[in-house]
Design a binder for this molecule. Structure first.
Ligand code: ARG
Length: 462
């Protein structure tokens, strides 16, 4: 459904699989049946006999009860070996043993498909690698069109095509001895199975491409070892104000679209599009500074239809700004993840936000904070000592088993970015976590790679 004006649009995400997730909790050990029945089955006899039987029964009940409690504790201990369920007020009993997880990024090739694309930084030529062969080959101009360019740009995590043209091979030198890639006559929208090897290009021309620029930042000085971010370091970071209060973070992906978490905008906050203001190009949010920056009004809020507030599944939303942002050294878009790439556990990424700096904090810092956090594989994060199966394919974990560094309240909706081939990609959206920076409870992020189709669809439609 879709409304106009001061309202929102709720659009179903056709790509996502509906996956109502229920974590499997340990079945509580109930009291053995039959205890009551045995007591009831006693025949009426003498007082002494009755007393003895009653005593025996009480003993038996006590024994069985004790056994049951013992078993229950054992089951609990085995299922959650390092997680104290009641951390409040029990500081001294809090477990300090960490999950013994290891992440090995060296052995895995993150590429999943069979056709890979790159754009040469020197001459902007589109190059294709077929089936993990070691050679990258340029693409013949024959049968090329701009919609193919858009698909290639999106495959690479850029929102759109900005320029494309055929370049004469004679203009770019003689080093094309390995061959070319030619588009087959069959036009497929998924970009697989539509390329073939050729010895030469009939027209003598190859494709040069330029995609929407993103994920770069101006070369700026940074605080060594510091945690306060400097202006321009995370130019895609925005602060989302709801009713004049910082409520969530967000990430710029185009001049008019911001990605955030669905839980930031759902329910009571949803219909009041006019209560939201987006602040870009800032690191300090003090009111004086805020006054100088005119916030951006929101025109539309689209949250993912599969968002589930219990499981936090599909926790992603898009905000459309009423007027486009002016990109500068301090305001700019982040790239999206590439299609068909898996992010291996152990990859170093970064989070930024104005969220609480103490787990029990009550207000957000004035200056944007940043911290490096490694990706934790879903396999490890779903283990019984971490989130015990609560992590769906639409989530990602990042952080440390020992805790200490994490996102927290107020960081939600903000970016988890990883640098890849010199561009920064929005890999995750701050979504949830048990407490903040607790051992064995890393931050959980929306897995943006799972929503690429949805993001492109929404941006194209609205
Ligand atoms: N849900 C929180 C928010 O609305 C963010 C939670 C992130 N928690 C964490 N431990 N990483 O701001």
């Amino acid at each position: 459904m879709s409304f106009d004006g001061d309202t929102l649009s709720v659009i179903e995400n056709p790509a996502a699989v509906s996956h109502p997730f229920h974590s499997e909790k340990a079945a509580g050990v109930t009291e053995p049946k039959g205890v009551q029945g045995w007591l009831k089955g006693i025949h009426p006899t003498t007082h002494a006999q009755r007393l003895v039987r009653l005593l025996a029964a009480v003993c038996a009940v006590g024994l069985l009860g004790g056994l049951a409690v013992g078993v229950w504790f054992l089951v609990k201990l085995l299922l959650k070996p390092s997680y104290s369920q009641s951390p409040v007020g029990l500081g001294d009993t809090k477990e300090t043993s960490f999950c013994n997880v290891t992440e090995d990024i060296s052995i895995s090739d993150p590429r999943k498909g069979s056709v890979f694309y790159r754009i040469s930084p020197e001459n902007s030529l589109l190059e294709i690698q077929l089936g993990k062969l070691p050679t990258w080959l340029p693409v013949c101009y024959e049968r090329w069109n701009s919609s193919l360019g858009t698909l290639v740009c999106r495959q690479l995590g850029h929102l759109r095509l900005t320029k494309h043209k055929g370049v004469n091979l004679t203009d770019i030198g003689p080093n094309f001895t390995d061959g070319f890639i030619q588009i087959t006559s069959e036009h497929k929208s998924n970009l697989e199975n539509m390329w073939e090897f050729r010895g030469n290009c009939i027209t003598g021309k190859v494709i040069a491409l330029q995609c929407f620029e993103c994920g770069t930042r101006a070369k700026l000085p940074r605080i060594i070892g510091g945690v306060e971010a400097t202006l321009g370091r995370w130019p895609w970071q925005v602060s989302l104000y709801y009713s004049n209060r910082h409520t969530c973070g967000g990430s710029i992906i185009t001049s008019q679209w911001v990605v955030t978490a669905a839980h930031c905008v759902h329910n009571y906050r949803l219909p009041q599009v006019s209560s939201w203001v987006v602040y870009a190009g800032i690191v300090t949010r003090s009111s004086a500074k805020m006054a100088q920056h005119t916030g951006y009004a929101v025109e539309k809020i689209i949250y993912n239809k599969n968002y589930n507030h219990r499981s936090h599944d599909s926790d992603i939303a898009l905000l459309k700004l009423r007027t486009p942002l002016n990109f500068s050294d301090t305001i700019g878009p982040v790239c999206l993840p590439q299609y068909d790439y898996d992010l291996p556990g152990g990859t170093q990424c970064w989070i930024s936000g104005w969220g609480y700096t103490q787990p029990d904090g009550v207000h957000s810092p004035d200056t944007l904070k940043e911290a490096p956090v490694p990706i934790i594989s879903t396999k490890n994060c779903n283990s019984s000592c971490m989130y015990n199966g609560e992590i769906t394919p639409r989530m990602l974990c990042a952080g440390y088993t020992e805790g200490k560094v994490d996102a927290c309240q107020g960081d939600s909706g903000g970016p988890l970015v990883c640098q890849d081939e010199n561009v920064w990609r929005l890999v995750g959206v701050v979504s949830w976590g048990t407490g903040c920076a607790e051992p064995n409870h890393p931050g959980v992020y929306t897995n943006v790679a799972e929503f690429l189709g949805w993001i492109y669809d929404m941006i194209e439609t609205y």
